[in-house]
Design a binder for this molecule. Structure first.
Ligand code: PLP
Length: 444
């Protein structure tokens, strides 16, 4: 077993307690550090760009709760909004104003979205969007792309990214064969494969779902024309196009990835899913799109969808306040922070002679430890994972918290000021050397 630069006794004690009562000690698999080894850090607080763990160590946070904390931890305006909402009650099980305000904010920002329905997680959003697409088209097949993660929906776990990629699982156990047979998995960025699938079974395909710009196999943006091509093919066969913006939504721009790449001349996506940033760190997510499609949802139409805590007044207060602070200035700052970090990552890995490519989608970025650009899941997997682990542990020991997997995006926030960025930059030379050491000694 690799020796880690320092241990974390308080986190280890918490992990031991957790292991007794929770599978793997965690409530979401990638958190367990299984891919990189070592003790997962139990965090006790977050402030601005920093996290503090149970052992009292401080880290510059480049995970940002996997995206939601775009304003940094404990942004004062969000804290005030949450306090104010909590003071009036936690949950009513009735409509309330904050959920209208959050829906209005989303509809105002993302052109193709005429109506939204709020849910509590990204998984619920994609699951509901798929059901709606099937209800609308009266068809059952769904096309997804290898390496794209859409939450842990049964039919969408085939060759999924995120934790499924981290642990190199082919698929998940517990998904019936019949369910998996409803999903066609194609290589990302391969429009020819999409055209061929539609030529064969187009009349049975309800929808194509794609990450607007994939971030769950590392950052692998769509090739020029790919999204546009998906729009063209789906429209030609009467299938819906579902753009999963759970990660990219309000992260890549004020209008998400669509704000950067769309609007397409072939038309907008029919449905869009959101989560992460729009909840501001609370459980709020959404799916939305064309009004005529959304009109099929209960209570207007026959497609059932519901939630006890959907549109929760505290979560929606956090979400709407977060979105209102997602201004053009914020995205300018996120871009500057991403520029500074990616440039130095590139420079230091080059200096250390480590094969790498840095890929970006707006301020989202990740590093692949290989020398060729990555356009698909197949290519993402062909990287030197032990080099990432060595890099990760070096950064961790120097107080920088990266995603504990080579297959995840890094996230920055508006609270990452120059002092926080400088701490990241200062840690990179040693991390690059550690990666070089792993390359030299571990064959993959
Ligand atoms: C995170 C994510 C999901 C799932 O969201 P949860 O809130 O974790 O259920 C779905 N799609 C994409 C693109 C994601 O990044």
């Amino acid at each position: 077993m690799t020796a880690y630069p320092f241990d974390a006794p308080a986190s280890q004690d918490l992990l031991d307690r957790a292991l007794a009562v929770t599978p793997g000690g965690v409530n979401s698999p990638v958190r367990a550090f299984r891919a990189v080894g070592g003790t997962p850090r139990f965090m006790v607080s977050g402030e601005g760009p920093y996290l503090k763990d149970a052992d009292g160590r401080e880290y510059v946070d480049l995970v940002c709760s996997w995206g939601p904390m775009i304003l940094g931890h404990g942004h004062p305006a969000v804290v005030d909004a949450v306090r104010e909402a909590v003071s009036r009650g936690f949950s009513f099980g009735t409509p309330s104003e904050n959920e209208v305000a959050l829906a209005e904010e989303i509809v105002a920002r993302v052109d193709p979205v005429e109506q939204v329905r709020l849910v509590s997680s990204g998984t619920e959003a994609t699951m509901s969007a798929i059901r709606l697409a099937r209800g609308f088209t009266g068809r059952s097949l769904v096309v997804k792309f290898a390496g794209c993660y859409h939450g842990h929906v049964d039919s969408l776990l085939a060759q999924a990214g995120s934790g499924v990629a981290t642990f190199a699982l082919p698929d998940s156990a517990g998904v019936p064969k019949e369910m998996a047979a409803e999903t066609i998995v194609l290589p990302y960025n391969d429009l020819g494969a999409v055209e061929a699938a539609f030529a064969e079974r187009g009349a049975e395909i309800a929808a194509v779902i794609t990450e607007a710009s994939p971030g769950n196999m590392g950052v692998v943006p769509p090739a020029p024309g790919f999204t546009e091509g998906l729009r063209r093919v789906t429209a030609a066969y009467g299938a819906l196009l579902i753009s999963d913006e759970v990660m990219t939504g309000f992260r890549c721009s004020e209008a998400g990835w669509f704000g950067l790449e769309g609007p397409y001349t072939a038309g907008a996506p029919d449905l869009v899913t959101f989560g992460k940033v729009m909840g501001g760190g609370f459980p709020a997510a959404a799916f939305g799109g064309r009004a005529d499609v959304m009109a099929l949802l209960a209570p207007l139409g026959p497609v059932y969808q519901a939630g006890t805590l959907s549109g929760n007044p505290v979560a929606t207060a956090a979400g709407v306040t977060t979105l209102r602070h997602c201004t053009p200035d914020l995205y300018t700052r996120l871009g500057e922070v991403a520029d500074a970090i990616t440039a130095t990552v590139d420079q230091e890995l080059s200096r250390a002679g480590v094969p790498h490519v840095v890929q970006r989608a707006g301020s989202m970025f990740s590093v692949f430890f290989r020398d060729q650009p990555v356009t698909s899941y197949h290519e993402a997997k062909a990287q030197h994972v032990p080099a990432f682990s060595a890099f990760f542990h070096s950064m961790l020991s120097q107080g920088v918290y990266l995603p504990p997997s080579a297959f995840e995006s890094w996230f920055v926030s508006g609270a990452h000021d120059d002092a926080a960025v400088d701490r990241v930059l200062a840690a990179l030379p040693a991390a690059a050397s550690a990666a070089a050491g792993a390359f030299a000694t571990i064959d993959v």
